[in-house]
Design a protein around this ligand. Structure first.
Ligand code: ADP
Ligand code: MG
Length: 483
């Protein structure tokens, strides 16, 4: 992709805009590459930082246009966050460079640390030492994600960022919320090789040892994040606030079929049903992605990873290649079937009527999906536990639980799992108007840190007393799907 219209060719040591010396690659996305740069003459520089992160956007006209919009939105986001308290990344400067592949916009940000996908990889059980693995996963042996106290901190801060973004005067919808776009505020930055994970991590900022620093920073009180990548953000419809407060106006606005085909928004695995159907996006659209992400952080598995023809494979960062072209159904068909399999209801008529593409996906008379494979109904709590139907039956048998008694679920599942399920179901509703807002979710019980959480001290506090179970075998895919 380093060709005409693509990424800008950058070499370590290059000097950008006569003041930023390129030191290291920090990351990349569908739109850009991001580089750690040293400020050459920091006395002349208007900001106190010694290093900055520079996002160099691809040169194709659509990317350039998007970059201009990103700059204008970032200006407002940065200016209105004077106290730096809303967990959003700040723009410091911008300029453009011209190279062999065209002219590229460059956005200068404060330097942040790992993104949350890198963090998930650190906690991948197959990459952990046996002992650590057994300590972390003793209580809920099938939950392999990031430890829950840390997930809660990430969730709280992400919700604060979303609340800030969704409310006036900003009134934006992020439309690409996913682990790659949330960054840790660690002072240490690692460059992670996509395939090798942390083992080959190349640490810099002094001579820190990556293992050492990960452990030091795993004290969860230090976890601070910032929401970033506003390259796909859009303005809320005029009545953004009405939509946020879910007034009657919100209903009429959200349930109006757009007159022209809407843009495809969100990355496949985090895409809300209304986006699949082609309805007008709303702040609630971000909350769906948030729910999918929270599930992934806790379990280490992707909640919805639909199969079929069409865009959305996990193997590539933003997934636009490697399509399953021989299938008789589209990825959209399977995606909606998967949603139905955990919500146990059909999409409401109002929502279908408001979707530009609904008729391609659903028969308008029977209201049934036109294509798709059958998917078994699943309980969200089972997906959280990583239980198959058979495994769940076994647990019920072993514990001799009568599933007809009213509190059966409380006997089957641990309380935190039921709390987490309830939390997720506030984000995962067919209709965006039924979803909780970021602000409302901040009051949820699951998010409240308990005394147990405070005693949690990263990877190495609790000592294992039982024989360590062996780490599970992992599929070759980035993560196993929830289903
Ligand atoms: P894109 O729009 O191309 O997806 P992003 O803004 O998401 O670009 O940046 C791509 C990746 O670069 C991120 O996932 C992150 O790993 C890294 N990155 C972006 N901004 C910063 C920053 N300020 N500090 C450190 N790393 C960053
Ligand atoms: Mg990104």
């Amino acid at each position: 992709d380093y060709r005409n219209g693509g990424y800008h060719e950058v070499f370590i040591g290059d000097v950008l805009n006569q003041q930023y010396k390129v030191c290291h690659k920090l990351g990349w996305g569908h739109f850009s590459t991001v580089w750690l740069c040293e400020i050459l003459d920091s006395r002349r520089s208007p900001f106190p930082n010694k290093f900055v992160a520079i996002k160099i956007v691809r040169s194709q006209p659509n990317y350039t246009k998007a970059a201009k919009e990103e700059i204008s939105m970032l200006k407002t986001i940065t200016e209105c966050d004077k106290e730096n308290s809303n967990h959003v990344s700040h723009l410091l400067d911008f300029f453009s460079v011209t190279g062999r592949n065209g002219t590229h916009h460059c956005l200068v940000f404060e330097t942040l640390g790992l993104n949350i996908l890198n963090l998930l990889r650190l906690y991948d059980p197959t990459s952990l030492p046996q002992e650590t693995f057994s300590v972390m996963y003793r209580t809920f042996p099938r939950i392999y994600g990031v430890p829950q106290p840390i997930v809660k901190l990430i969730c709280i801060q992400t919700l604060r960022a979303l609340h800030y973004l969704h409310s006036p005067p900003i009134s934006l919808i992020h439309t690409d919320l996913k682990p790659e776009n949330i960054l840790l505020e660690w002072p240490v930055v690692f460059c992670i090789d996509d395939r090798q994970g942390i083992k080959n991590a190349d640490a810099f900022f002094g001579d820190c040892n990556p293992d050492h620093d990960i452990h030091r920073h795993s004290k969860f009180k230090k976890y601070r994040i910032k929401l970033s990548d506003f390259g796909n953000s859009i303005h809320s419809p005029e009545s953004g606030m009405a939509v946020l407060e879910k007034g009657p106006h919100a209903h009429s606005l959200l349930f109006q079929k757009p007159p022209y085909p809407p843009h495809r928004i969100q990355t496949r695995q985090y895409r809300a049903p209304e986006s699949i159907l082609g309805c007008t996006p709303s702040p609630g659209t971000d909350l769906w992605s948030f729910g999918c992400m929270a599930f992934e952080l806790v379990t280490g598995r992707v909640l919805f990873n639909p199969r079929g023809k069409g865009e959305g494979d996990l193997e590539w960062n933003d997934g636009y290649d490697d399509q399953d072209d021989n299938s008789a159904y589209d990825r959209d068909d399977d995606h909606l079937t998967l949603v139905k399999a955990i919500l146990h209801t059909d999409p409401p008529e109002k929502l279908l009527n408001a979707g530009f593409w609904s008729e391609d996906l659903f028969d308008i008379f029977t209201r049934q999906q036109r294509r798709g494979i059958k998917r078994k109904e699943r309980e969200l709590a089972d997906l959280i536990m990583g239980w198959t139907k058979v495994e769940k039956e076994l647990i019920i048998q072993q514990k001799q639980i009568d599933i007809n008694q009213p509190n059966a679920r409380e006997l089957i599942y641990p309380t935190p799992v039921l709390q987490f399920e309830a939390f997720l179901l506030k984000c995962l509703t067919w209709s965006p108007v039924d979803r909780y807002s970021a602000f409302e979710l901040l009051n949820d019980d699951w998010l409240k840190l308990t005394t147990d959480d405070y005693e949690f001290d990263g990877l190495n506090l609790i000592q294992s007393t039982t024989n360590p179970p062996s780490p599970p075998k992992r599929p070759k895919h980035r993560y196993q799907s929830g289903f």
